[in-house]
Design a protein around this ligand. Structure first.
Ligand SMILES: [Zn+2]
Length: 94
């Protein structure tokens, strides 16, 4: 598959295997790299829980993590209680 990349700067077509425009030297894949980064970040956030719980990332400073763990535990407990209430309300009304 020989695909081509259009240079945003001079509108010259280049082989997609080239990193830089053969005509003007502009980086050809910058946009694609950014798009891949965004997609990666998006898939990161979609991993695991689909409930809105606090995310603890490796990038968080170590002294923040204990607070995040506690906050997340409280949040999960609140979700569990909410779920139990909804469940009992469902059965009470049935
Ligand atoms: Zn160019």
């Amino acid at each position: 598959m020989a695909s081509q990349v259009l240079c945003k700067s001079c509108k010259n077509w280049n082989p997609s295997t080239e990193d830089y425009c053969q005509s003007c030297g502009t980086e050809l894949h910058q946009e694609r790299k950014e798009r891949e980064k965004v997609q990666l970040e998006r898939s990161e956030t979609q991993k695991g829980w689909d409930v809105p719980v606090i995310k603890i990332k490796p990038t968080h400073p170590w002294f923040i993590k204990p607070f995040l763990y506690v906050a997340r535990a409280i949040q999960l407990a609140a979700l569990a209680i909410g779920g139990a209430l909804a469940w009992s309300a469902f059965w009470a009304s049935a």
